[in-house]
Design a protein around this ligand. Structure first.
Ligand SMILES: C[C@](O)(CO)[C@H](O)COP(=O)(O)OP(=O)(O)OC[C@H]1O[C@@H](n2ccc(N)nc2=O)[C@H](O)[C@@H]1O
Ligand SMILES: Nc1ncnc2c1ncn2[C@@H]1O[C@H](COP(=O)(O)OP(=O)(O)OP(=O)(O)O)[C@@H](O)[C@H]1O
Length: 304
C-alpha cells in the first residue's frame, strides 16, 4: 500500500534534518569501547518528517522513499522512534505523569545507515514532538540521559544547529556565526555499519580539530578551513564500501568546492558556491547514476 503523509491530519509536525559531519577526528577511546570524537557538524534543510497526534492506542505508520527498509524493524518495535517514545513516557511516569497513547507517523526520506544520522534525527524529533503533544518539559539532564541511551548522535540532533561536538557527542559547542552552505548529498544505497567502521580505524589518538584555536569569520574562510580538515572514518569506510571512492569522485567532477564523507558513511557531501549549482549537480549526478541517492540542499545557518 502506498501511504502518503497528510501533515494536516496531525497535531504537530516535526522536521528531522539530516546531520552532516563536515569534519571528524577520532581523538581517543573510552574504557567501554566508545570512541572520543571532535566533529564539526551542520544540518540540512532536508530530512525526514514526523507527525504526532493523540490516539486511542499507540500507533506507528511509515511512508517515504526509504520506509520499506524499516518496515520489519518497526513491526518488531525496534525503530528508534518507538524507543524514544517509550523512554520519554518512562521519564514522564517517573515524574508522576501518565503520557497518553499517540499515533506517530514517520516520512522516511533519508537513506538508512548512511552516516547522516537519520535514525538519530528521527529519535530527537520524536522527543521534541512528544514533549509538545504531552505538554512536558523534562530537565536537560533527563533529556541528555534519554538522548545518549538512544545513540551518540541524538544529543546533537536535539540541537540541530551548527556545532562542534566532543566526547562521544555529549559535549556541544554551538556556532552562532556559522554560515549556510549549498550542498549535494550522495549515497550509493549501500548501508555501512558504524561499529564496523570504528573497528577498522588505524589510529585512535588523532589531534583535536584545529578549529577551536582560530574560528573562521565568513563563508569563504569556512570553506578554506573545511577543505583543510578530514574525516578519520573515511579511510576505513572506503575499505568496506568501494562505491565511496566513485561517489566522491563523481561529486567532485560536478564542480564541488569540497567533497567529503559524513559520519561513518557512506553518504558523501559536496559543497557548492550556490544552491542553483548544487541543484544542477544533483540533477546531472542523478542522470549518471539513477540507482543512487542524490539530493541538493542548503544547510542551516548558525543563527537561524
Ligand atoms: C559516527 C557518528 O555518526 C558521528 O557523528 C557517531 O559517532 C555515531 O553515532 P550513532 O550512529 O548514534 O552511534 P550509536 O548508535 O551510539 O553507536 C553505534 C555503535 O558505534 C560504535 N561507536 C559509536 C559512537 C562512538 N563515538 N564510538 C563508537 O565506537 C559503538 O560500537 C556503538 O555500539
Ligand atoms: N527511524 C530510523 N531511521 C533509520 N534507521 C533506524 C531507525 N530506527 C532504527 N534504525 C536502525 O538504526 C540503524 C542506523 O540507522 P541511521 O540511518 O541512523 O544510521 P546512520 O545514518 O549511519 O547514523 P549515524 O550518522 O548516526 O551513524 C539502521 O541500520 C536501522 O536498522
Amino acid at each position: 500500500m502506498h501511504v502518503i503523509f497528510a501533515a494536516g491530519d496531525f497535531n504537530f509536525v516535526q522536521e528531522a534534518p539530516a546531520k552532516i559531519n563536515l569534519a571528524l577526528q577520532v581523538t581517543g577511546q573510552r574504557a567501554d569501547g566508545y570512541h572520543l570524537l571532535d566533529t564539526l557538524v551542520t544540518f540540512a534543510r532536508h530530512g525526514d518528517r514526523l507527525g504526532f497526534r493523540a490516539s486511542h492506542r499507540d500507533e506507528f505508520s511509515l511512508s517515504g522513499r526509504f520506509s520499506p527498509l524499516l518496515a520489519d524493524e518497526a513491526d518488531a518495535g525496534d525503530n528508534l522512534v518507538l524507543k524514544a517514545r517509550d523512554l520519554l513516557r518512562q521519564a514522564a511516569r517517573t515524574a508522576g505523569f501518565e503520557a497518553p497513547p499517540v499515533h506517530i507517523h514517520l516520512e522516511k526520506n533519508l537513506p538508512v545507515a548512511s552516516g547522516i544520522g537519520g535514525g538519530s534525527a528521527d529519535a530527537a524529533a520524536t522527543l521534541g514532538g512528544l514533549m509538545r503533544l504531552w505538554g512536558i518539559a523534562p530537565s536537560s539532564d533527563t533529556m541528555m540521559a534519554i538522548a545518549l541511551k538512544l545513540g551518540a548522535d541524538v544529543p546533537m540532533c536535539l540541537v540541530s544547529r551548527p556545532l562542534i561536538a566532543r566526547g562521544i557527542g555529549e559535549t556541544i559547542e554551538l556556532l552562532p556565526h556559522f554560515p549556510s552552505f549549498a550542498m549535494v548529498l550522495g549515497n550509493p544505497l549501500v548501508s555501512v555499519s558504524t561499529p564496523e567502521v570504528f573497528s577498522l580505524l588505524a589510529r585512535k589518538d588523532n589531534p583535536a580539530l584545529a578549529l577551536s584555536l582560530q574560528m573562521p569569520n565568513d563563508h569563504a574562510q569556512w570553506i578554506e578551513a573545511i577543505k583543510g580538515l578530514r574525516n578519520d572514518l573515511e579511510p576505513p569506510a572506503r575499505t568496506l564500501c568501494n562505491e565511496i571512492a566513485t561517489l566522491s569522485q563523481l561529486i567532485e567532477t560536478q564542480g564541488a568546492v569540497a567533497t567529503r564523507m559524513s559520519g561513518s558513511g557512506a553518504t558523501c557531501f559536496g559543497l557548492f558556491d550556490h544552491l542553483e549549482q548544487a541543484k544542477a549537480a544533483a540533477a546531472s549526478l542523478h542522470s549518471l547514476r539513477p540507482d543512487w541517492y542524490f539530493q541538493a540542499t542548503e544547510t542551516i545557518k548558525g543563527d537561524a
